[in-house]
Ligand binder design. Sequence first.
Ligand SMILES: NC(=O)c1ccc[n+]([C@@H]2O[C@H](COP(=O)([O-])OP(=O)(O)OC[C@H]3O[C@@H](n4cnc5c(N)ncnc54)[C@H](O)[C@@H]3O)[C@@H](O)[C@H]2O)c1
Length: 302
Amino acid sequence: MENKYHITLVGSGMIGAGLAVNALMNGHPTIIYDVIDLEKVKKTVQDVLDIMVEAGAITGEKAAEAASLASYTNDLDAAVEKADFVQECVPERIELKQSIYRQIQEKRGDKVVICSSTSAIMPSVLQKDMLYPKKILVGHPYNPSYLLPLIEVCGGPDADQEVVELVMNIYRSMGKEPIYCKKETEGFIVNKLSWAAMDAAKKVVLDGVCSVEDIDKAIIYGPGMRMAVTGQIMTMSLGVQGGLKAAAAKYGKEPNEADIILGDGVDAEIAARPKEFGNIVEDVIKFRDKIFAVILKEYGKL
Ligand SMILES: NC(=O)c1ccc[n+]([C@@H]2O[C@H](COP(=O)([O-])OP(=O)(O)OC[C@H]3O[C@@H](n4cnc5c(N)ncnc54)[C@H](O)[C@@H]3O)[C@@H](O)[C@H]2O)c1
């Protein structure tokens, strides 16, 4: 089976069921393990498949095909017997997560890579005292995990880059878009960004500058739309003729370290984009405008 992995989901709540559906939709034989009644687990997974059909993400036929690749068990040893990859999605308790890793590694040795969905526990904490710490990483999804492709991978200070690369490839094969968090840091990457936005939003509202509704309108119809298509740094770069590196010169300043690192980074990012998304500035702008038109039509604004 080319690019197909035996994937096991441990825990089938909001996150586990969503990621199980991603694995199933991409043709991976997937086992879903939980400690609760398996009829309930099956229903949760089926509910997610139904949501995907209702959202227009997949057809009913594709959902049925995906469902046929799923199996369910209350036996952890059986769940991981053939697994190449385990995504752990149990509640946020270190001792619970570690007891599961211990059992899996006692059963499968170092043959299986385990990623934790944890939002806040650092990989080095999860790896501590485990039999094969380098085979335990964080793979943090973003809610709703069944639709949003983002996964933040963090392997901690002693990460084995080959294992990281394998994990990134497995996530890609599940239709996800993994990014790599090179250092352990609170909130990893994405919660840091969203906390900064939330802090600013709180301050603006509490300072009486505008209503709660206007904060959300501002994001939905302004920066949020731009960020959804061209991110943060690319958005700022597209706003300056010549890109970020030209910004300092425009205001008669020498570029500082951030101008250079972000400017070079964003130029490389644009050049590496698939052609159909635009890989020169003019084409990125055309692509962005096309997506804006799609979103604005859905909102009845066009
Ligand atoms: N909910 C979110 O928005 C979100 C986002 C990103 C990451 N996460 C992380 O994902 C993980 C799971 O979160 P969730 O929101 O899906 O939790 P949840 O409470 O919805 O689901 C947890 C599941 O784990 C099962 N479970 C409990 N003990 C178990 C055990 N010993 N073995 C197997 N299964 C067991 C439960 O029965 C339940 O189905 C947490 O670490 C959380 O921090 C959550």
